[in-house]
Design a protein around this ligand. Sequence first.
Ligand code: T1G
Length: 696
Amino acid sequence: MSEIVEFRREDSVAVITVNNPPVNALTSAMRKGLAEALAKAREDTVIDAVVLTAAGRTFIAGADITEFNKPPTVPTTSDVIDTIDAMPKPVVAALHGTPLGGGLEIALGCHFRVVAPGAKLGLPEIKLGLMPGAGGTQRLPRLVGMDKAMAMILSGDPIDAEDALSSGLVDEIVSDDLVGSAIAFAKRVVAEKRPLIRARDRDDKLTQLRATPSKFDELAAPYLKRSRGLHAPAKAIEALRWTLDVPVDEALVREREVFQDLKTGEQSKAQRHIFFAEREAAKIADLPKGVKPLDIKRAAVIGAGTMGGGIAMCFANAGIPVTILETSDEALKRGLDLVAKNYQASAKRGGMSSEDVDIRLGLMNGTTDVSAVADADMVIEAVFEDIGVKRDVMGRLDATSKPGAILATNTSYLDVNEIAHFTKRPESVLGMHFFSPANVMRLLEIVRGADTKPELLATAISVARKIGKVPVVVGVCHGFVGNRILRVRSTEAERLLLEGALPQDIDGALTWFGFPLGVFGVTDLAGLDISWRMRKAQGAKAEIADQLCEMGRFGQKTGKGFYLYEAGSRTPKPDPEVEALIVATSKRLGIERRTLSRDDILERLLFPMINEGARILEEGIAQRPGDIDVIWVYGYGFPIWRGGPMYYADQVGLPYIRDRLTEFAKQTGDKKHEPAPLLVKLATEGRGFGSLGKDD
Ligand code: T1G
């Protein structure tokens, strides 16, 4: 038998165990081993039942994604499942950990399923730009009904063991000795001569829907609406519909074909890039071996504003007690009320039970007494973005926090090294840049100061993962990685307004590209006044935005900004007044307006961002191009199916980008547009950013 598939017998039950750490990814060798083991179980007359299980931390967590760029090999996962389907003896899947993707599809092909508590079961293919390709779209709805199956397949989110039991995905939850219980289950099935249940042949859960197929469209509509730009959701919905009117054998063949198409498509490749980049981003190349994260038993957040409250929610959500410090009872009450309101809203939407809300609120301890942070292992300040305020707060935290506590500053632009030296323990300071709303946004930039101890970085990464964030370690510079690149885009957008584009042209180009919102839509949402104040403090100017602010047009909150908002509406409407102002400003500045195509606009916005990304890499502010991609996908709405700015650059081709940047530098007279040396070097060598670290 193959090394990664073990076959043994317990009385008359064959126990087939896969073992391919860390996540039992379904490799071609595993499929081969499974096919052989199943054949052996089938032929051995002593054996009258089979238990299929996995060693280590999880049942099969899906196909091995690293094999996706190679041609498919036989036996395929579908072949393995067909073998199980055709088996005259009961096959029981014993599930634990994260049975996902092809792993869950194999389990769906078994006749029975038992599961350990704590398991998470799902079909996450959609997150990789795919849909299930080994029967998932046909078997899951037959087991759990269309509503549930569609939610699982279209969200890609797993469900827990209890949910799996109540929805009919599994037959039993077994609390201890998973394999022993599965063997006992199999023996019971044999003794009771229970008929073998093949999911593919079941129909009871779909009868009602077949009678009213329009209900299917109603179910699908919200998912289609949310899937702008992505190919996979519509394909998955199409495949799910086949359960209503296409014979199952044919539907299974079609499903596999569509899956193969998606797998070789550009979108899935980009999404797979992000999957691996996200995991790479949590690794720090020069971290000394053996550095262990510190245990964070209690956290404290300074400031109960929107940001502070959101950060505190992240800790409470992960079960970590958190103290929230404010300067006045009023501000504290306001902050805690907002947190409670957020939780209640999410309970109302069905996101959590009211007990969950109570548990989470119970983990939060609001105070105005700074000495209450003394027992926190990690303190995150989320006070006003002003270096003087930060100096004051960090000084006080230094005086009160216990030795060894991590002091994190949640700043978006400020110099973390300077902030670290507001304390007498700069080695205990780092930046943790959360994105608003902090309880929702997944990105966390972890800013490494010059003195930051390695343990702190390891701890910040481990805490980030515990609180459900995607951590990326970055170096110190103005705006770090995300906002530094954002600033380049904003500058270009302003310039484009003066050169001939209108806000709706620029935003239209960006939303066409796949961003959920354009530059000016975002500005109107966030409010124009904040950056106006920042510009005034720095003596900086933005021709159009400054004039809009002087007119009191601060964005959605005043009903007017770059766009017009009708009372109570969040829909931006182009405003002739703004158009006239832009045209007049161009004229006043002596800029001859010209027509800019969508491509002109996109290149002018995106290529300088890519150029800045190259500089960020040269300076070592980001460790790898993939880190920049992860930051822009998770923090700034860069369409995941385009893989992030640096991955996208490689698809466009660096020589073209280099040449265009050179032209922009000539046109605008801005030297910053000149292509960065790294970009030029890679373009000349015929390489892409993706080759960095691999060839040199
Ligand atoms: N293939 C290859 N490598 C994988 C992998 C996979 N499916 N899943 C994880 N890894 C690597 C990962 O890169 C990392 O490597 C290590 O394992 C630990 O992962 C026909 C075809 C299982 C919930 O989408 O969601 O089946 O960085 O750090 O936080 O329909 O990994 O250590 O070198 O994430 O404990 C469907 C993807 C495939 C599951 C574990 N399956 N994986 O999380 O650890 S499509 C998935 C996950 C499919 C069929 C189709 C998570 C996890 P390294 P980790 P974790």
